[in-house]
Write a protein that binds this ligand. Structure first.
Ligand code: FDA
Length: 370
């Protein structure tokens, strides 16, 4: 069988690898000038730079962990971000270190009591009406004001009182002195970056990759020529937005090389106040414990921004309205293009972590090849 895959991100690349392993020929079209989609990393000054935002691999699935470990050796990096609120420094996720810094409390009981007192002061009537009320009712006023409000408002470009409560269903609050952001048993960063994983997945005589090639420029002839098309781009764009535009949030990345060994002492620092225009600064060398040029470091500021057609759709907005529109596109796809498989974060309009993207690709592989 002859497959066309649109997009060389993690989803498209896992599918291509599995198809080629079974003897199928695959052509991949990639509109960017490199493979890898958003997990692409590029070496600058001996440092692996996460070009499309910080990527930390974490999963509960042993199967997925063993799968990715075939293509790279992972270090034991643990994500322990720092929050900077007007130069006050706090540990994330919210844990005993955070509570100790906020209130000088020592024991979990004291911390719990403090949070309960703050919740009792809230005077909310009925269920939370917006994100602000929801967050305050979960963690109290101080944590909300210093660590959630500004960051979330910048992320969404809206006041917390105008955002729906459902965005924050629960907030991870830990009553232990544990700064590990993720609860997953498997976590790390591939030593030497993520791009090698993609390059190895695509390293087969049965896989042809065409960079700088946008499928949508010649959609009809591709659809005529290939029996099966796996499309990992935006599903609304595939259909020329004929049912309406799905919403996304976008980001602007500003990267600079600094003449110093160590800029901020941590890979990820979140700026949680509302005045600082960016949400976080990534210092890439800390993902690999300082590997790279000792006299240089590379940092990236992340600015959330609105998405417009032609921009980069980083985050799907999973509210009710968009979910409904997405399912209309799914129905349209089924009735008009039964030989097109929509996959990946943009094709399925879902915020998938890397492990979920791989699992979603496994599912399609199983459906397609048995
Ligand atoms: P992806 O978007 O990577 O790839 C799609 C590819 O298709 C792109 O290369 C695109 O150029 C191409 N394409 C689209 N339309 C096309 C067309 N018409 N013609 C040709 N090519 C086309 N996950 C995690 O586990 N830990 C983390 O720390 C993070 N961090 C993180 C930060 C940020 C800022 C984002 C946006 C995402 C994360 N993720 C993450 C999620 C992770 O990036 C995600 O799971 C995978 O990259 C998804 O891979 P896909 O292949 O689905 O999409």
């Amino acid at each position: 069988m002859e497959y066309l895959i649109v997009g060389s991100g993690l989803f498209g690349s896992v599918f291509a690898y599995e198809a080629a392993k079974r003897g199928h020929h695959v052509t991949i079209l990639e509109k960017r000038d490199h493979v890898g989609g958003n997990i692409y990393t590029k070496e600058i000054e001996g440092i692996q730079v996460h070009v499309y935002g910080a990527h930390i691999f974490h999963t509960q699935s042993k199967k997925v962990w063993e799968y990715v470990n075939q293509f790279a050796e992972f270090n034991n990096y643990i994500n322990a971000p720092i929050a900077n609120f007007h130069d006050e420094i706090y540990n994330l996720p919210f844990n005993m270190n955070t509570f100790n810094k906020l209130w000088n409390v020592i024991t979990p009981q004291q911390a719990q009591e403090k949070i309960n007192q703050q919740k009792a002061q809230l005077n909310l009537s009925g269920p939370p009406k917006n994100l602000e009320e929801q967050a305050e009712s979960l963690v109290g006023i101080d944590v909300y004001q210093k660590l959630i409000k500004g960051y979330t408002e910048k992320q969404w470009g809206k006041k917390a009182t105008e955002l729906p409560a459902f965005i924050i269903r629960r907030l991870p609050v830990r009553f232990t002195y544990d700064n590990n952001y993720f609860n997953d048993p498997f976590q790390g960063i591939p030593m030497g970056g993520y791009t090698q994983i993609i390059e190895q997945l695509l390293d087969s005589p049965l896989i042809d990759v065409k960079l700088n090639t946008d499928f949508l420029n010649d959609r009809d002839s591709y659809l005529k020529h290939y029996q099966i098309v796996v499309f990992t781009g935006m599903i609304d764009q595939f259909f020329d937005y004929q049912l309406g535009d799905l919403s996304y949030r976008s980001l602007k990345f500003e990267t600079e090389i600094r003449d110093m060994d160590n800029f901020q002492g941590n890979a990820v620092v979140n700026y949680t106040d509302s005045q600082t225009p960016f949400t976080r600064i990534i210092e890439h060398k800390h993902f690999e414990f300082g590997k790279g040029n000792k006299y240089k470091t590379v940092i990236t500021r992340e600015y959330p921004k609105n998405f417009q057609r032609g921009g980069e759709p980083y985050y799907p907005v999973n509210d009710q309205e968009n979910k409904q529109l997405y399912s209309k596109y799914v129905n349209l796809a089924k009735s008009t293009y039964p030989n097109v498989i929509f996959g990946g974060r943009l094709g399925l309009y879902r915020y998938y972590n890397m492990d979920q993207t791989i699992m979603a690709a496994f599912e399609i592989v199983k459906r397609e090849f048995g």
